[in-house]
Design a protein around this ligand. Sequence first.
Ligand code: DX5
Ligand code: ZN
Length: 223
Amino acid sequence: MNFQLPLIAPSILAADFSELGSNIQDAIEGGASWIHCDIMDGHFVPNISFGPNIVKAAKKSAPEAFIDVHLMIENPDQFVESFVQAGADLISVHYEATHHLHRSIQNIKKYGLMAGVVVNPATSLHNLEPILEDVDLVLIMSVNPGFGGQSFIENSYQRLTELAKMRDEGDHGFLIQVDGGVNLKNAKKVADAGADILVAGSGVFSAQDIGTRYQELQEKLGE
Ligand code: DX5
Ligand code: ZN
């Protein structure tokens, strides 16, 4: 993996599904290299989104993109293989959704993919300490998962900084991702707090001109 960090990862949850391919292409033309796919099952989170077929369609419309799959589902281990087959490059599972986190991470890695762990806003980061050496990415939810378009929870800045400190102190190599409520106003502050990958759904796809919005967001990070 060779990306210039920090970067914005557009979440297709906020795309127009009747024009998914062209929405994704617009983001790619604006400079996007990651595509974030939010998988919701109506059990772990109170909403249903989409499954492997849409991930496969995303991959098909942007074969060069890095496909980042965020599983907000119960029994994640059971579905990993279908997302591998759909073209995922990274699969992340919620700390709160699996009883055997270490097994879930190893199960993703056995397919040669990157493996991530996700924490909800009310989960202490210290619960992650035993798994930090095994993961490629830690995703801090900056909203309660389930819906796009929510407001960024303010204490997420502190959590990002705390996680960055844990990474330094433990000499770990994982990427730090943040998800929810990222927009033009806060993107720079979020990156400065420690995020390497900033997921943005409505912040990208609700724009009239998706490519230009992507570029504007990405430029904020370099200011
Ligand atoms: C929330 C999802 C997010 C969501 C972000 O459950 O995990 O990825 O799409 O959407 P915005 O950027 O609109 O908050
Ligand atoms: Zn997500």
